[in-house]
Design a protein around this ligand. Structure first.
Ligand code: HEC
Length: 87
């Protein structure tokens, strides 16, 4: 019984974490992470295609050292494509 309850709590916690970005916190995440080394304007003043943002955000993470989990990376790419996207 206790195990069933514990499993339920774990599942509920995972759902809460997964939903956190969908709730619009991505903007705050983006503003926090992407203004660590340079002005946020560096990305919020330009538009790029999805491929361009993907390449840029992954470069910030892998080469420049922006501390992002792969989940955060995807959330920020999606946010940038939706808000600063170019066809
Ligand atoms: C650890 C430091 C660091 C963080 C954090 C960081 N950047 Fe950068 N960023 C750099 C450096 C260094 C450059 C210049 C070299 C380069 O373009 O890779 C740069 C350049 C840029 C440029 C200009 C690129 C170009 O081609 O002109 C953009 C756009 C950019 N960053 C967006 C972002 C976004 C979006 C994030 C958040 C995901 C971010 N940066 C987080 C270090 C960082």
């Amino acid at each position: 019984m206790a195990r069933v309850i514990a499993m339920g709590i774990i599942v509920a916690l995972c759902a809460a974490v997964g939903a956190a970005y969908a709730a619009g916190d991505v903007k705050a995440l983006y503003e926090e992470k992407c203004s660590m080394c340079h002005d946020i304007d560096r990305s919020s003043s330009i538009k790029m295609t999805e491929a361009g943002w993907r390449e840029t955000v992954i470069r910030m993470k892998n080469e420049n050292g922006c501390p992002l989990t792969s989940e955060e990376t995807e959330a920020i790419i999606k946010y940038l494509v939706e808000n600063r996207g170019k066809k």
